[in-house]
Design a protein around this ligand. Structure first.
Ligand code: ZN
Length: 319
């Protein structure tokens, strides 16, 4: 009998759901607003109703669905399928999400960290094809990450390994949202790249970005890269600093797990070659001089926003 798999990307704003064949061909996908304020029971019911109605409308019967994977922000007891609490999901405290979904749909469910799920998607269907060791970073509000070691996701003793965005790149440096000081995320996420630009402009630095700040009340990382392309010197300085922190992250990740590829994903990779070239440049500046690691490739992800649902479905396939 045909076996298909559901992958869910459970975000604070939207829930993306995709149905995949056993060889990960997309059969259908959809997205619904999360509406987390309605509480776990209602949100999970809406998820279940969506899966059932899509199964009917797409003519991929529910009976062919073998298992369900769900990627979610943490922290969570992933192996037990329990969300502990999520900043972007109010009312979701100690929610046994896997058990609730399993009860409603009668299928096995696996819960995974959202960055890990996207990492696994990119590993099985994107940049990670044909390799066994990969490090993955997603650059958005924060820096999510995942590590594939010898073909498997690294989960750690408490399911929360591979939080490389919170590795410290500057002792006693900028305060991070996590409470530590000097995390890579506090400098080089998309949000914090924009924030650093805002801070120096508010302190009096000259830049063509100043007009954007005055007009829109804020600067985004997209603005920074657009003004970099126009030759703005401050945008160049901010981009250099972001790239250097990301390069240091790569060096540290290399020493930790020796991947074949280090893959960047998330909204900020829209910056393209100017960002990738700078990361590669600084990586070569900071890399171990006693053993130059020419074999590691730093690149951008290829799956875009579907990485999360593909990865979650691929994890469900392994149940
Ligand atoms: Zn942190």
């Amino acid at each position: 009998m045909t076996e298909n798999f559901i992958g869910i990307d459970f975000g604070g704003t939207n829930i993306k759901i995709g149905c995949f064949s056993a060889d990960l061909k997309l059969l259908w996908k959809t997205s619904i607003p999360t509406d987390a304020h309605m509480g776990p029971a209602v949100v999970i019911d809406r998820m279940v109703d969506t899966i059932k109605s899509m199964a009917t409308n797409s003519k991929v019967p529910l009976a062919t669905i073998k298992a369900i994977g769900i990627g979610s922000p943490g922290p969570a007891y992933y192996s037990q399928g329990i969300l502990i609490r999520c900043a972007n999901l109010p009312k979701f405290t100690d929610v046994p999400i896997s058990k609730m979904l399993k009860k409603k749909l009668g299928k096995p469910v696996v819960l995974e960290n959202d960055a890990n799920a996207a990492c696994y998607g990119e590993f099985v269907a994107g940049q990670g094809k044909n390799i066994k060791n990969m490090v993955f970073f997603t650059l958005g509000t924060g820096i999510g990450s995942g590590i594939i070691s010898d073909g498997k996701l690294l989960r750690g003793s408490g399911d929360n390994a591979a939080e490389l965005g919170h590795t410290i790149v500057n002792v006693n440096g900028r305060l991070c949202g996590c409470g530590q000081r000097g995390c890579a995320e506090a400098y080089a996420s998309a949000s914090n790249t924009a924030r650093r630009a805002t801070e120096v402009i508010e302190a009096g630095a000259k830049s063509s970005l100043k007009a954007i700040l005055e007009k829109n009340g804020q600067i985004t990382s997209k603005d920074v890269y657009e003004h970099l392309a126009k030759g703005d010197q401050l945008a160049k300085k901010i981009t250099d600093e972001t790239a250097e922190v990301l390069a240091v992250l790569c060096v540290n990740a290399l020493h930790g797990t020796e991947p074949e590829k280090i893959v960047f994903a998330g909204g900020m990779i829209a910056a393209g070659k100017p960002l990738l070239n700078r990361i590669t440049y600084y990586f070569k500046q900071h890399i171990w001089k006693i053993k130059q690691e020419d074999s590691v490739e730093i690149c951008f992800a290829t799956l875009g926003e579907d990485a999360g649902i593909i990865g979650a479905a691929a994890l469900a396939r392994e149940l």
